[in-house]
Design a protein around this ligand. Structure first.
Ligand SMILES: Nc1nc2c(ncn2[C@@H]2O[C@H](COP(=O)(O)OP(=O)(O)O)[C@@H](O)[C@H]2O)c(=O)[nH]1
Ligand SMILES: [Mg+2]
Length: 234
């Protein structure tokens, strides 16, 4: 759950990059780290083993202060993908305000991706997070590989959970900013509905997004114009 401190005029948000081992979660954070102005980003903490796998999780903080004097802290986390880290994954999901599900978009990965997705939905509920309400974006990654799927990950959609799908080649930084932008738009709207970010905190959607994305190198990125992001289908 988002953390607010009225006294310090501070909002702390947690966004989690979730997905199977080697789908590209760490690569997403590394690409964002390279694109974002050091003035607003903290350190990128990653702890990978030699075979590229995340041992615990990766974390990158992003900070800004709005014109209305609200300090926003955004923490981006990944989870370790391997089966043995199930309990860590559940803990990292705790209190998340939004989830980017990074999928290896190859046909050969379709079955394990679906299994992982369903496992995530279960872990969300175990954490008291409602997948019908929690902002979620699916990233169809590794679009550069020859057997990549072109079905828009339709099998991940259920009657009640219909995530937006963003294609990506994270290793080239493509689709990475778009994924975060879409997710943060949904995160903002969800919190605004819940606590009135605009009304009570004087923090508009436009300013929230602009504070983050105007500090990024957006070459090669195609972001929608302000306020033009559609609601996720429900
Ligand atoms: N071809 C290709 N490889 C990728 C892409 N994104 C990540 N990878 C590779 O996939 C492997 C696993 O990526 P990593 O980010 O460590 O996965 P994680 O386990 O989800 O953190 C690494 O060798 C990456 O270089 C991509 O878009 N295309
Ligand atoms: Mg990793």
């Amino acid at each position: 759950m988002v953390q607010f401190s009225q006294e310090h005029r501070e909002i702390a948000l947690k966004v989690v990059y979730y997905g199977p081992a080697l789908s590209g979660k760490t690569t997403n954070l590394q690409a964002l780290f390279q694109k974002i102005d050091p003035k607003v980003r903290g350190r990128l903490m990653t702890l990978d083993t030699k075979d590229d796998r995340t041992l615990f999780f990766d974390m990158m903080p992003v900070f800004f202060r709005s014109a209305g004097g609200v300090k926003v802290k955004l923490k981006l986390y990944t989870v370790p993908g391997q089966v043995m880290h199930e309990s860590t994954r559940r803990i990292v999901l705790q209190g998340s305000d939004g989830v980017a599900f990074v999928a290896d978009g190859r046909r050969s990965e379709q079955a394990p991706t679906l299994a992982y997705w369903n496992n995530m939905l279960k872990n969300l509920e175990a954490n008291g997070l409602d997948p019908k309400v929690l902002p979620m974006v699916v990233q169809a990654n590794k679009k550069d590989l020859p057997d990549s799927r072109d079905d828009d990950m339709a099998d991940l959609r259920t009657a009640t959970v219909k995530p937006v799908v963003v294609p990506a080649v994270a290793i080239r930084g493509e689709g990475v900013v778009e994924t975060l932008h879409y997710l943060l738009t949904l995160v903002y709207r969800n919190l605004d509905r819940a606590v009135g970010l605009e009304r009570s905190w004087n923090l508009s959607e436009r300013e929230f997004l602009q504070q983050i994305f105007s500090h990024m190198d957006l070459r090669g990125t195609r972001l929608p114009p302000p306020l033009a992001v559609p609601e996720a289908p429900r």
